[in-house]
Design a protein around this ligand. Structure first.
Ligand code: MN
Ligand code: MN
Length: 465
């Protein structure tokens, strides 16, 4: 096989009949998890439930760590690390699969409430790289938490149940949209126009009130107080997120594709989680690392640039080594290997001009290995070195994982980033890999079920071998 040429294969044709059934079962479960967890807060909460059901315990509950121990550590409800202690000591390095659990969406402004001509709005500030015109004229749900000044939290999820109301951002009718339609697509809808309609029925005026200003706002505040115990002031700085109210559904007569909100990057988060749960006693300690804030640069205490990862490994060193030292911590991290588990941009036959055909991932051809991301001359990327690329290729090939390679579009076209560079800054080997996504960052994204399954297999063998 030493003279084998590279050729991406259609993964469906490589699967055994028994595997095809498993692909559909796996994707049904993934779809349910994706549907139920549209924010990082919800994803972390459900992840803890899933892990606890599989025998994982909070890291704090251990007084020492030994081979086979399974634990998790949550960071401020918004990021989570789960791990299984390996046969080898920690100083042999950890095998890490790192993904992000935030997705592009629309957040509320700090002071969100306003009333205009009998309509009450939440004014918004979008989160991550969205095409703003895609978020108007569709049903939207509201998820998140409102924290009162006494510290109590109110959890919100409205727009997902059959009888729930949804929320709405309007677009201009085509009849009056002539000037709008002449604009560049990036300017057709502005950030300040992404106003979410949340109410329209005014409160009854009392006899002493002559002016009927902001009567709808008044009515909405009364309703929020009655139904949720929330005041206008409680809305200040709340973590409320506007997400598509769409359901996860199969696409196509053959049901080979799966559409949903937030495949980027919950498809990698879910597969990395399942891969970890399904290992027994790995050689090296195995870790699934799920972080927040990737879509806005990985900054802040929930993001990959925070010390959460490093601090957690320090705790692991402290609980598993005879004595703790900073040097041991650094050795453990430096000898670790990571897959930066993130989605890739799938070739889109309707827009062929932006892709370099031989260097782009395709739907249905397995997990995509991305040697580097970045933009315009690899700027801003962490590049996997050839040695690590070959190691991972070899691992996947001999384990029967269907893989392909790719970049994000043509050289001068655009680009993007992942958490890879922040892991690589610790001086560990890192390679980006994940399934290709069609219509990435749209309110409704599409993946191929066979790619999702091969992504799970890939992360699993990375942990196990
Ligand atoms: Mn991503
Ligand atoms: Mn993204």
């Amino acid at each position: 096989m030493s003279n084998q040429d590279y050729q991406a294969k259609n993964a469906w044709l490589e699967m055994k009949e028994s595997e095809v059934e498993e692909i559909f079962t796996f994707n049904r479960e993934y779809g349910q998890f994706l549907q139920a967890n549209k924010t990082e807060l919800e994803f972390v909460k459900s992840t803890v439930k899933l892990l606890e059901a599989e025998g994982f315990k909070e890291l704090e509950s251990y007084s020492s760590l030994k081979t086979g121990d399974k634990f998790f550590k949550v960071n401020r409800d918004r990021a989570i690390i789960a791990a299984v202690m390996g046969e080898k000591p920690l100083t042999a390095g950890i095998h890490i699969v790192g993904a992000h659990i935030d997705s592009p969406r629309i957040d509320l402004k700090t002071n969100p409430l306003s009333e205009e001509e009998g309509l009450v709005y939440f004014n918004t500030h979008y989160y991550g790289g969205i095409k703003k015109y895609q978020w108007v004229g569709i049903p939207l749900a509201l998820h998140g938490i409102v924290v009162k000044e006494d510290g109590s939290k109110v959890e919100i999820s409205i727009g997902e149940q059959k009888d729930d109301p949804v929320f709405f951002i309007s677009d201009l009718l085509p009849h009056l949209g002539r000037e709008q339609m002449e604009k560049k697509m990036s300017e057709g809808i502005s950030g300040e126009q992404l106003n979410l309609i949340i109410g329209s029925i005014p409160a009854q005026k009392t006899s002493s009130e002559k002016e009927s200003k902001e009567q709808v706002r008044k009515a909405i505040l009364k309703l929020l107080d009655e139904q949720y115990g929330i005041s206008g002031q409680d809305l200040i700085g709340a973590d409320l997120q506007v997400v598509p109210a769409f359901r996860v559904q199969d696409v196509g007569f053959d049901r080979g594709l799966l559409a949903g909100y937030g495949h980027d990057d919950r498809v990698c988060s879910y597969t990395a989680l399942k891969a970890l749960i399904d290992i027994e006693k790995p050689n090296n300690t195995a870790m699934t690392l799920l972080v927040d804030k990737e879509e806005i640069g990985s900054m802040g205490n929930g993001g990959m640039q925070s010390r959460f990862f490093e601090n957690t490994v320090a705790e692991m060193v402290n609980l598993s080594q005879e004595s703790y030292s900073d040097l041991i911590l650094r050795r453990v991290i430096e000898r670790s290997k990571a897959l930066s588990a993130d989605v890739a941009a799938a070739f889109d036959p309707s827009f062929p001009d932006v892709y370099a055909k031989n260097n782009t991932p395709y739907l249905g051809r397995g997990i995509a290995l991305i040697k580097y991301t970045g933009a315009r001359g690899k700027s801003g990327t962490s590049e996997a070195r050839a040695e690590f690329m070959a190691e991972v290729r070899n691992l996947f090939s001999r384990s029967g994982v269907i893989w392909q390679v790719g970049e994000m579009g043509k050289v001068d076209q655009g680009g993007g980033g992942t958490i890879a560079q922040f892991l690589a800054n610790y001086n560990m080997d890192v390679l980006d890999c994940g399934p290709a996504v069609l219509a990435m960052h749209a309110p409704y994204e599409v993946v191929s079920k066979v790619d999702v399954y091969n992504t799970y297999l890939a992360y699993h063998v990375f942990f196990e071998k």
